[in-house]
Design a protein. Structure first.
Length: 396
């Protein structure tokens, strides 16, 4: 059945790509988590993603998962790398060790496979890796996915980009074929496909996410102004959003941008600007700190003894709270002298970062003097007099 493809890493990126490609190809998902392997082989999605859950139940997929590297790589035509590359503030750089580990494994087990890097990497990484490991068959293909809608965004992609060396005929042919495999799995027709060198493709990824962070930061600063001046944020945003050049997306104020991509990608792009003149890129990173400082100061101005944190997740219908903006606000509030309690039903432990987790919603509401919510819900509408949120759709 089609090509043999190995996808390394089964987070939002890896699992959505594995699901997409396994409609027409034989796909093996490789992950170090035995629990994830068992879930995937039982067709239970280890991530909260509506379309993935639907495809696992209703679509015939040639997909298996394993934790054994040798068997996963054996006979692979393509190896897709979707391992985490967290930003390391000590070295001012993405930690690409997991990507390089996969490259070494491919050299050992499947030297003829084309390596497709989907993990976000610093600008210039792919070319450096090709030279460092003496492997021409390494390309970069950025992903543009939303948490909880990852498979949907692969089924209906805004664009497909593959970065490779045009002068390497064999690699170029395989890279173009990989783009066709992505198109084949998509529901959307006539998907724009762009080919460029890998360094430009890496830049597309970082600049795209940094622009989104800029937009979030802009509307957050608009909201800061409105709150300080006693104005209605929603009215202002609705008024400017009707301009089609501005639009109505990414405009709901929050406690700051966060999640898997935006914080680390903006910092990495700023690091790539070393010795390059800039004002805006550095300001985007700084604006996120300023926003969290402001939010914390407004909460502390209410002089609460106990601050309840309603959900750690970044947004509604997400199970991810890695680098969520509310955590930065929590830290600042604790430093200001208030106690923190957390309502987060996805957490089984009774503690998170030194704060008590209360998964009895009624008890959580009772003990909290102020409840902070990055995104509101009907769960806490009955205690809105306690709630501090900047969510314009839940403040009325």
């Amino acid at each position: 059945m089609g090509n043999r493809i190995t996808v390394v890493g089964t987070g939002y990126v890896g699992l959505s790509i594995a699901t997409l490609l396994s409609q027409h190809n034989s796909v093996t998902a490789l992950d170090i988590s035995e629990n994830k392997v068992r879930m995937i082989n039982s067709r239970i999605s280890p991530i909260q993603d509506r379309e993935t859950e639907e495809y696992f139940k209703n679509v015939k997929l040639d997909l298996k998962a394993t934790a054994d590297a040798a068997s996963a790589y054996s006979g692979a035509d393509y190896v897709v790398i979707s391992t985490p590359t967290d930003y390391d503030p000590e070295i001012n750089h993405f930690d690409t060790s997991s990507v390089e580990s996969v490259i070494r494994d491919v050299m050992r087990y499947a030297p003829g496979a084309l390596i497709v890097i989907k993990s976000t990497v610093p600008v210039g990484f792919t070319e450096t890796a090709r030279k460092k490991y003496g492997m021409s068959g390494i390309v970069f293909s950025p992903e543009f996915l939303r948490e909880s809608r990852a498979l949907y965004d692969n089924l209906y992609p805004s664009r497909i980009i593959v970065g490779f060396d045009e002068n390497d005929g064999e690699t170029a042919a395989k890279a173009r074929n990989f783009a066709e495999l992505l198109k084949e799995g998509a529901v959307k027709k006539d998907v724009p496909v762009l080919y460029m060198n890998p360094t430009e493709a890496e830049a597309v990824k970082l600049f795209a996410n940094t622009y989104l962070a800029l937009r979030v930061a802009f509307f957050n600063e608009l909201d800061t102004y409105a709150e300080v001046r006693g104005l209605n944020t929603k009215s202002i945003i609705e008024g400017i959003g009707l301009d089609p050049r501005i639009g109505t997306h990414y405009n709901n104020p929050s406690f700051g941008y966060g999640g898997y991509c935006l914080p680390k990608d903006t910092k990495q792009l700023l690091a790539n600007y070393n010795n390059v003149p800039n004002n805006i890129i550095g300001a985007i990173v700084e604006a996120n700190r300023t926003r969290k400082d402001f939010i914390a100061s407004r909460i502390l101005s209410r002089a609460p003894r106990t601050v309840g944190v309603y959900r750690l997740t970044m947004k509604t219908n997400s199970d991810n709270f890695r680098a969520s903006s509310i955590q930065g606000v929590m830290r600042r509030v604790k430093e200001g002298g208030a106690d923190i309690v957390i309502y987060e039903p996805t957490l089984e432990d009774g503690e998170f970062q030194g704060s008590r987790v209360i998964n009895d919603l009624s008890e959580f509401k009772r003990v909290s003097d102020v409840i902070i919510a990055n995104r509101c819900s009907d769960d806490i509408k009955d205690v809105m007099y306690k709630v501090y949120t900047r969510d314009i759709y839940m403040r009325d």
